[in-house]
Ligand binder design. Structure first.
Ligand SMILES: *Cc1c(COP(=O)(O)O)cnc(C)c1O
Length: 357
């Protein structure tokens, strides 16, 4: 088989989606499947749809365009750029927004295209990425409601992305109360109250999600089987729907400390070494142009990752039960950042296993 490659098991993605959808539907919370990590691949997105997500969402309009033949509402996750407004209205049913100027531009374009574009207004509850600061949010609602071609479809928040703020009963209750205020004051339905991403799932599992939150936007938990507030594996979910492999191109016994004066490595860092004596080492044909090496976990637990350069992964196989030889393959599970990088790398082949539905 070709290397390096990612193998993707759609059955596991369907299973993970179903489990999360089920846990949330008991609380009347719908799931939006987030497709950005896998660059909007239609087959993987379909596995999410078959697993029961209500919408698909991506941060890039190019990916939303790839999904155009899937008959389900699509949401643009990243705040629209003013330069892409016409594509946003054309290809996305809904977008997350925090700027009146952008919503105004969406309104003008929607009228031009004779469409209604849905807007989810983002509220910053303290994480300091996108959103209107929660204390000032209500004033803009009145202005949005005056715009033609726009439906204020919901409010939402994003946490644990920049500031690392963990969603809680307390901060999500602010969002939920805000939605009620808007409904009461303006007499609108405001169907969506979107309480965050994979970091909000623990509130569901612990039964402490505030009433009124009725949507979550989930990528990582479906794809890697973990919640992201505390990084815990979710029981009954697969954490190996994606695995990455490449093959050994060198095996040698070498000392664990380089010989000679140590300068900077290829990335401007001064490396530090510990003397473990002579070790059996291998080079795997995969590197920083393909992966985030610190986010790789060897499936062979006897293997230690020592480091990586642009195209090489250096591993220590001294303790492995297996006797590796030239050309043997190594398989790894991946962190979110490694998955993101490898799915985006044009050098990594993507092999999709489509099992029975
Ligand atoms: C990426 C993203 C998500 C999904 O986050 P996960 O941690 O992968 O579940 C949700 N909302 C927004 C705005 C995003 O950008």
């Amino acid at each position: 088989m070709e290397n390096p490659r990612i193998e993707i098991d759609l059955d596991k993605i369907r299973h993970n989606t179903r489990e999360i959808v089920k846990a949330c539907s008991n609380l009347n919370i719908g799931i939006t499947g987030v497709t950005k990590v896998f660059c909007g691949d239609v087959r993987i997105a379909m596995a999410m749809v078959e697993g029961g997500v209500k919408h698909l969402a991506d941060s890039r309009i190019e990916n939303i365009l790839k999904l155009k033949d899937i008959d389900i509402p699509k949401i643009l996750l990243r705040l629209p750029m003013l330069s892409e407004i016409s594509e946003v209205v054309r290809y996305a049913d809904c977008s997350l927004n925090s700027e009146y100027g952008t919503i105004y531009a969406l309104s003008q374009e929607s009228v031009r295209q004779d469409k209604i574009h849905k807007v989810i207004l983002m509220i910053d509850l303290g994480d300091l990425r996108e959103g209107i600061w929660y204390e000032n949010a209500l004033t803009v609602v009145e202005d949005i409601l005056k715009l033609r071609g726009i439906e204020l479809y919901g409010i939402g928040t994003n946490l644990t992305c920049y500031g690392g703020v963990i969603p809680s009963f307390k901060n999500l209750s602010i969002l939920s109360a805000m939605a009620e205020d808007i409904r009461n004051k303006h007499g609108i339905e405001l169907p969506i109250v979107s309480g965050g991403n994979s970091s909000s799932l623990y509130l569901i599992f612990n039964g402490i999600i505030p009433k009124g939150i009725n949507n979550l936007r989930i990528g990582e938990a479906i794809l890697l089987g973990r919640e992201t507030a505390f990084g815990k594996k979710i029981t009954n979910l697969y954490d190996d729907a994606f695995t990455i492999s490449s093959e050994i191109i060198e095996i040698k016994e070498k000392p664990s400390i380089p010989i000679g004066e140590i300068g900077k490595d290829a990335f401007g860092n001064t490396p530090k070494f510990t003397d473990w004596g002579v070790r059996r080492r291998a080079i795997v044909a995969i590197g920083r142009q393909d992966i985030d090496w610190q986010g790789m976990s060897p499936i062979d637990e006897g293997v230690i990752i020592v480091g990586a350069s642009s195209d090489h992964l250096i591993i220590d196989i001294t303790k492995s039960q297996k006797t590796y030889k030239l050309g043997d393959e190594l398989n790894f599970k991946m962190s979110y950042s490694c998955l993101l990088q490898s799915m985006t790398s044009g050098y990594v082949k993507k092999i999709i296993h489509q099992e029975k539905v």
